[in-house]
Design a protein around this ligand. Structure first.
Ligand SMILES: C[S@@+](CC[C@H](N)C(=O)[O-])C[C@H]1O[C@@H](n2cnc3c(N)ncnc32)[C@H](O)[C@@H]1O
Length: 282
């Protein structure tokens, strides 16, 4: 059941007409948008052609203002907790077990990550992010929740080639609200390499900003994709992508795709760990 309103799915936010109508409906958002647009021009000029460097600078600026707001959903702690809980509940509802080995791409300040770290066996959580600033905040979250003994890995990255990670290791790969800020080449790089680190029977869940109209971007920060574009991109790398209808029922603006090896059978969470690696040491 897909419940996103049709008007949201067909809107092209990059069009002037849309911006004017939006500004008339939300005059209080005009000034913040103009500030963002000014920063966008400056940073795009400084990091011309290098999206990762550009977005890292966006994150540095946003994190300095508010780490909660930097990962989306506004500066409210309640919202930060609620969005983390939503991600956690969803994966638990899909059979996540403490023995799973999770890679979180774009882990931010561990909005969901701290819950996964607490739940998974020690050493079973691996978070990566392009932003050193937000990873410093992630460490603070870890301390705040007293999770040092869970021994999570938190690693800054420059790209999504995942070349420092082992083959067929992760039973769950998770990227929430990361591809909504990623141009096609970043998503393609990830899909080109994620299959190698995905354990047999494992899956890669990611959210994206969905459009059923023309694909578009807002500033260099927000990207809107058609589902089929991402499904085809996954297919190009021997992966199969499935639209997650049950995610649409949750109060979240993005959609979710689940990617598996094209030849994989339906996953039984935890089973991949049992079958492939019987004794995992933290
Ligand atoms: C909106 S935040 C979401 C953070 C976290 N997933 C959550 O739900 O709280 C997006 C995060 O993805 C990171 N990010 C963006 N592009 C990335 C990329 N190409 N590789 C790794 N991390 C990326 C950002 O630095 C930021 O921390």
């Amino acid at each position: 059941m897909q419940q996103t309103p049709a008007s949201r799915l067909s809107a092209n936010r990059s069009r002037l007409g849309h911006k004017v109508r939006y500004a008339l409906r939300h005059p209080e958002r005009v000034l913040p948008y103009l500030r963002r647009a000014g920063r966008d021009s400056l940073l795009r000029l400084r990091h011309r052609g290098n999206h990762v460097a550009y977005y890292r600078a966006v994150m540095a600026s946003d994190t300095a203002r508010s780490p909660e707001a930097a990962v989306g959903g506004g500066p409210s702690r309640e919202r930060w907790l609620a969005i983390g809980q939503m991600q956690y509940d969803y994966l638990l509802g899909h059979g996540l077990t403490p023995r799973d080995r999770m890679l979180e791409i774009g882990c931010g300040n561990l909005r969901a990550g701290w819950r996964f770290i607490e739940y998974l066996e020690p050493g079973h959580y691996y978070g990566i992010d392009i932003s050193p600033d937000i990873l410093i905040e992630a460490k603070k979250t870890l301390v705040q929740y007293g999770l040092q003994a869970r021994l999570p890995h938190l690693t800054p990255v420059q790209d999504l080639r995942l070349d420092f990670l082992p083959d067929a290791w992760f039973t769950v790969v998770h990227a929430h609200s990361v591809f909504s800020h990623s141009p096609p080449e970043v998503i393609e790089e990830c899909l080109a390499h994620v299959g190698r680190v995905l354990a047999p029977g494992g899956f890669f869940d990611f959210t994206f900003d969905r459009t059923e109209g023309a694909e578009h971007r807002v500033l260099g920060e927000d990207f809107y994709y058609r589902t089929q574009t991402l499904v085809r991109l996954a297919e190009k790398y021997g992966l199969m992508a499935r639209f997650m209808d049950d995610w649409e029922r949750l109060p979240h603006g993005q959609s979710k795709l689940r990617v598996t090896h094209a030849v994989a059978a339906e996953r039984l969470p935890g089973a991949a760990v049992e079958a492939e690696v019987p004794s995992v040491e933290p």
